[in-house]
Design a protein around this ligand. Structure first.
Ligand SMILES: NC(=O)c1ccc[n+]([C@@H]2O[C@H](COP(=O)([O-])OP(=O)(O)OC[C@H]3O[C@@H](n4cnc5c(N)ncnc54)[C@H](OP(=O)(O)O)[C@@H]3O)[C@@H](O)[C@H]2O)c1
Length: 306
């Protein structure tokens, strides 16, 4: 069944991808941050009201997928108020507006809510304990959404990349051209995840919730399966690009010295997702090959649907 989908944060990596993979019979509205600023409660309520009216005129069930966020973890360390506004208060305003209009909400969160002390994949039921400001603000956003009274689901994801937008894979592709050797941290292990697969997964969840058949679990994880350190991931990117992976050398997070501490281990488990009957995520190495093939081919990303 066709859907009407509002995607705040439509100009970002995930927002762009949702517009790209959404079937053409959907009405997908993906406003940029200046068109729908989720930190502006009035603008958010009005924007949602207009969207709901448009969905009704077309006879389509409405759903919101929130792709808006303050995602620069290092900048957030010295910009706490803004990060909290965008990642915690904004999702709360959006959820309140969704409750008002009876529209279900799918909100996206992060592996950085965990402290990395685990040695097996984190499930949604595991306790969160963020190490950095970004993780704290995202956890507060999850709580605001799930405590709002809206019909809401939170999907945590991790290490997201695509053939467009600023992300690790594109950075590695650039550095492969520019440098003989590249140093990449080998003491953080996580779940590399393609934005395309994430977007498709979120659309499957959105379809389910608009049918009134949303999972009983309101907190879910979606990542491509398997695990890698950033170093291992970078080597795989080089190999997929036809470059020699030995040009990637391992280093430690301490050597790299970034402002925001990162969890040493943030692999996410997808059991709750698959047990809800949602499509099983694919293993990351196969997906990376597809994405790097499109990067190599220079396949353009089509314009946004709406
Ligand atoms: N990228 C990752 O590796 C990763 C990992 C785990 C979880 N996630 C989560 O995945 C989701 C999508 O992230 P992404 O990778 O697509 O990030 P992104 O490319 O940085 O996109 C975020 C978008 O949110 C917009 N935005 C910022 N403040 C806003 C506001 N007040 N109102 C409306 N929009 C606003 C930004 O617009 P401007 O550029 O105009 O500010 C940007 O277009 C986020 O919830 C993020 O926390 C991402």
């Amino acid at each position: 069944m066709a859907l009407a989908i509002l995607v705040p944060g439509g100009g970002g990596m995930l927002g762009t991808e949702l517009a790209r993979v959404s079937p053409p019979d959907n009405l997908l509205v993906a406003p940029a941050s200046h068109e729908l600023d989720i930190t502006d409660r009035v603008m958010t309520a009005a924007g949602l009201g207009r969207f709901v009216a448009a969905a009704r005129r077309r006879g389509l069930p409405a759903v919101v997928i929130n792709a808006a966020a303050y995602t620069n973890a290092d900048a957030a360390e010295s910009d706490k108020d803004r990060a909290f506004l965008v990642n915690a208060l904004g999702p709360g305003y959006l959820a309140a507006a969704c409750r008002e209009h009876g529209v279900p909400l799918v909100h996206v969160s992060t592996d950085y809510v965990f402290d990395g002390e685990a040695c097996e994949p984190y499930e949604p039921s595991d306790p969160a304990n963020p190490l950095n400001v970004y993780g704290h603000t995202k956890l507060a956003g999850e709580q605001a959404v799930l405590g709002s009274g809206a019909r809401a689901w939170v999907v945590r994801t991790a290490w997201v990349y695509s053939s467009h937008s600023a992300n690790f894979v594109r950075t590695m592709a650039r550095l492969e051209q520019e440098r003989a050797m590249v140093s990449v941290v080998n003491d953080q292990v996580g779940s590399p995840t393609s934005t395309g697969d994430l977007a498709s997964g979120l659309l499957s969840l959105a379809a389910r919730v608009t049918e009134g058949a949303g999972p009983a679990e309101r907190l879910l994880h979606y990542v491509n399966t398997g695990r890698a350190s950033w170093y291992e991931f970078a080597r795989a990117v080089f190999a997929c690009l036809g470059a020699d992976p030995r040009r990637v050398r391992p280093c430690t997070s301490a050597e790299f010295g970034r402002p925001a501490p990162r969890p040493a281990y943030s692999v996410l488990g997808v059991r709750a997702w698959t047990e809800s009957g949602l499509p099983a995520p694919r293993p990351w190495p196969a997906v990376l090959q597809e994405v790097t093939a499109s990067l190599r081919a220079g396949t353009p990303v089509p314009d946004r649907a709406v």
